[in-house]
Design a binder for this molecule. Sequence first.
Ligand code: GTP
Length: 239
Amino acid sequence: MSENEKPYKVVLIGESGVGKTCIINQFIYNKFDTETMSSLTAQFAKKIIEFSDNKRINFHIWDTAGQEKYRTLAQIFYKDADAVILVYDVTSQKSFDELKNYWYGQISRIEKKDVVIAVAANKSDLYEERQVSNEEGEKFAFEKNAIFGLTSAKTDTGITGLFDNIGRKILDPTFDFAANEKKMREEFERQKKIEKKKEENKSYNAYAHKAKKNKNSKKSTKQPVQNNSFFGFNFDNCC
Ligand code: GTP
């Protein structure tokens, strides 16, 4: 298939700062920036993806500006979309409320009758700061017959799976994306465990380093530690 083959337009919409640009950058270029400029207009990138059964899809992915003052302008870009990804930030209740109250309503402006709708619950790596539960996001997506994806542009979790599901659904509207979603959730849980372990190892290594330094500088008169935890790092919970 060449790049000239029929392109399918996928547009990301949602509040400013939810991570639309980062999702695209991760999906297309495999990169993540902690400092990004707020988008002032729409821009697009291309990517062809190939499924295991040799079916392929040519995506034209559009990033739109989430800031309120650009909302009217953004409408021009999604009116002829084949698929829309509604993005919210799991650490921002406001971004989820706006998604339900404003952004979802924008889909009625799209001319294509069978537009594929997806909901991306982004920044899922920040699980400690979560304000919107997975269940709330999933419920909303389910009610709107939309694909749901837990994503993290930072850890590259759930993004490929989300676009895979969208591609499948565009090519075959009867596609059962629920089965694919199960795989995505499992992958998310796996990533979450890896990240948590990394964090725990980091604090343990910092402690061990400090303890070694102290030991070298003075003889310790302390009694041996009786339990299995250091500064809240509990070895019993570790594995
Ligand atoms: P507008 O262009 O203003 O509409 O914003 P946007 O939705 O495109 O957000 P953008 O991709 O610019 O990301 C905003 C901020 O969130 C940046 O500081 C990113 O580094 C951060 N960010 C994006 N995705 C993630 C993620 O998955 N996890 C974490 N921890 N931070 C993220």
